[in-house]
Design a protein around this ligand. Structure first.
Ligand code: BG6
Length: 304
């Protein structure tokens, strides 16, 4: 694995992007432009910070996160692939797949004409020797960082047989108080509630508000979800493409206490709105040579 000096030699962008040793000594790219600051770890290709200038941080990070090659980073945007949640048959397999535990390779950085920074990471099936996932694939993850944050996860089937997988951009959003935010865009959608184990239909008219532990998989949500935060006087727009379902997750009080990498009171300041292709109905199937790209763009606008 290349060290920060070698990465800077190949990929640094003067005055805008540098590689350095981050928390736990893990290598990360630090980005600073006139539009935003950001930080991305090679471990999981996980963006842990994105802050447009003049805004409070948009991505939430736990102060108790592990930064350890064998463990997931708690916060930012973990990539879940090639399964979501526990593995369907192997209890010992890592939750949410191996992508967030893998060291991704930096393949490109560039300064775009409009001043945004693009950084691309790759994970190759050939470097993953998991008996749970014998098929060859290439995952290409491109972040475009500026006033908006665009995340594009492309999976290519490089094996000789059809593959099927789940994926999610498990986006942790920072909020002032999750009990006071309103989530628009999930009205009239069917959802599976992991807390009571049942299917429901979301309220026809009213935005979703978080009043307890929440862990839902919404099907057929529209292309845009809006998270209104009255105390920060802002709205985070989560715009997605090629995503069949949306997970909304907040662990609330009891579950927070059970997680060693999550502070007891941290549930107040976070909400996950995850762009996904998950569950038996919406897992993706790719023929040999075929590709699929899941895309999510975050934008912050003032709440009027
Ligand atoms: C969410 C799931 O996406 O991630 C929850 O819907 C899960 O069920 C949560 O608890 C956190 O998962 P993990 O593996 O990062 O603790």
């Amino acid at each position: 694995m290349p060290n920060p000096t070698q990465l800077n030699h190949a990929f640094a962008l003067a005055g805008a992007l540098r590689f350095t040793a981050g928390n736990g000594g893990l290598t990360c790219a630090r980005i600073a432009t006139s539009a935003a600051t950001a930080c991305v770890y090679l471990h999981g290709a996980q963006i842990t910070e994105w802050q447009p200038r003049g805004q409070a941080p948009v991505l939430w990070m736990s102060a108790h996160s592990n930064y350890d090659a064998g463990k997931a980073i708690r916060g930012g945007v973990p990539i879940c692939f090639p399964w979501f949640g526990p593995h369907s048959t192997q209890k010992a397999a890592p939750a949410h797949g191996f992508a967030r535990l893998s060291n991704w390779q930096v393949v490109d950085t560039r300064l775009l004409d409009d001043g945004r920074i693009e950084i691309s990471f790759q994970l190759s099936g050939r470097t993953i020797s998991s008996p749970l996932w014998p098929a060859d694939f290439t995952a290409l993850y491109t972040l475009t960082i500026g006033v908006s944050l665009e995340m594009a996860l492309q999976i290519e089937n490089r094996s000789l047989r059809t593959i099927s997988f789940e994926e999610a951009l498990h986006t942790y959003l920072a909020v002032s108080d999750v009990r006071r935010v309103r989530i628009h865009g999930l009205e009239q959608t069917d959802y599976f509630d992991k807390i009571d184990g049942r299917s429901h239909r979301a309220d026809d008219k009213n935005p979703l508000m978080i009043t307890g532990e929440t862990d839902r998989i919404h099907a057929d949500s529209g292309p845009e979800i809006r998270l209104e935060d009255p105390d920060l006087a802002r709205c985070i727009i989560v715009a997605k493409q090629h995503s069949a379902n949306t997970v909304v997750w907040n662990p609330w009080i009891a579950k927070s206490r059970q997680m060693s990498d999550f502070g007891d009171d941290e549930w107040i300041q976070m909400l996950c709105i995850e762009s996904c292709n998950i569950t038996h109905d919406s897992a993706l199937t790719l023929a040999p040579g075929a590709r699929h790209t899941l895309r999510t763009t975050l934008t912050v606008i003032p709440l009027t």
